[in-house]
Design a protein around this ligand. Structure first.
Ligand code: PSU
Ligand code: MN
Length: 304
């Protein structure tokens, strides 16, 4: 396979790609900047197990010593879960972190790009970045969206967190030509909750139907991502009103502490985790495992 000099596939991922076996990409920002130790390492490994149980190969992606790693060892997961100096790497940070040989955890945007270069088409995560509340003034719009407008990877996520402006995020995805498909329900989910108050633009009810949509999109050279919104399982759902108050408090704290740029999303996520006594963390872990399962089922269907 013709991969770039900057990409290193694990033997397991290399073998799977060489033999057209299903592979699911996983991001590392959620490990280094999205959850506390040790739940982050435990979750990263159990997410990989969920992918394996469905008959696919997990490819967790991160950057180390000048290489984009596609497929991490258990030791490497522990490293990214514990090290204090790991960069949060979106697209604009990639060349610097690679050239300076710094350790980097990849966001949705960076993970997608590396996955696409390696030949991995299906990607599971918790939530994507999007258009922030107040973006009409701050212009804080995640590079995840622009990357989704151009790179051919399907992302399974639990919708969009209401730390973002969900309506504007949906509008922006429409502008970029990104199909938004909710799995198994009509309403677009909002991460902690299966509800958001917004209709999903599209709905499909099986992994095979989703794989067919991917084949039609990319077969028609309609480049870019598909967002597959997978609602959090109801037993782990949090009430929309309860979470809204924490989000408002988090946004207020970010504002007061003058948090800016790439620090905004991790700050808000950490604030919510710290102030919900672990309930949000439990929900987060459950939904990412649920996303890994669906992503693996889509990857399996897509290889047929
Ligand atoms: N939203 C979440 N959980 C996350 C992130 C976003 O609910 O872990 C992470 C992802 O890695 C995402 C990144 O790609 O934050 C977006 O950061 P920014 O808004 O700075 O682009
Ligand atoms: Mn931002």
């Amino acid at each position: 396979m013709n991969t770039s000099n900057f990409i290193v596939l694990s033997p397991e991922v290399q073998h799977a790609l060489d033999n057209n076996l299903p592979v699911v990409a996983l991001e590392s920002t959620i490990i280094s900047h999205g959850m506390p130790w040790p739940q982050n390492a435990i979750t990263a490994k159990s997410v990989e197990d969920e992918v394996r149980k469905q008959g696919a190969v997990p490819a967790t992606i991160a950057i180390k010593e000048g290489k984009c790693l596609v497929g991490l060892s258990s030791e490497a997961i522990d490293y990214f879960a514990q090290a204090q100096n790991v960069w949060k790497v979106s697209l604009r940070d990639m060349p610097y972190v690679i050239a300076q040989k710094l350790p980097g955890a990849t966001t949705v945007a960076a993970t997608m790009r590396i996955a696409a270069i390696a030949g991995v088409k299906i990607f599971a995560t918790g939530g994507i970045g999007g258009v922030h509340r107040g973006a009409t003034a701050t212009m804080d719009i995640s590079a995840d969206l622009t990357e989704m407008g151009q790179t051919n990877v399907a992302i399974v996520a639990a919708g969009v967190k209401s730390i973002l402006d969900i309506g504007l995020t949906l509008e922006y995805m429409e502008t970029l030509g990104i199909p938004v498909v909710t799995y198994g329900q009509d309403e677009f989910p909002s991460f902690y909750s299966s509800k958001s108050g917004f209709d999903s633009p599209l709905r499909l009810d099986s992994a095979t139907a989703i794989s067919d949509l991917l084949k039609a999109k990319w077969g028609m050279q309609l480049d870019g991502a598909v967002l597959i919104a997978n609602p959090v399982p109801t037993e782990f759902e949090m009430g929309q009103d309860a979470i809204e108050q924490y989000i408002l408090n988090a946004l207020e704290a970010a504002n007061q502490q003058k948090v800016k740029g790439k620090e905004v999303t991790p700050f808000i996520l950490k604030y919510i985790a710290d102030h919900t006594k672990g309930e949000s963390l439990e929900t987060n872990i459950a939904l990412i495992k649920n996303n890994a399962r669906l992503a693996a089922q889509i990857a399996v269907a897509h290889c047929k």
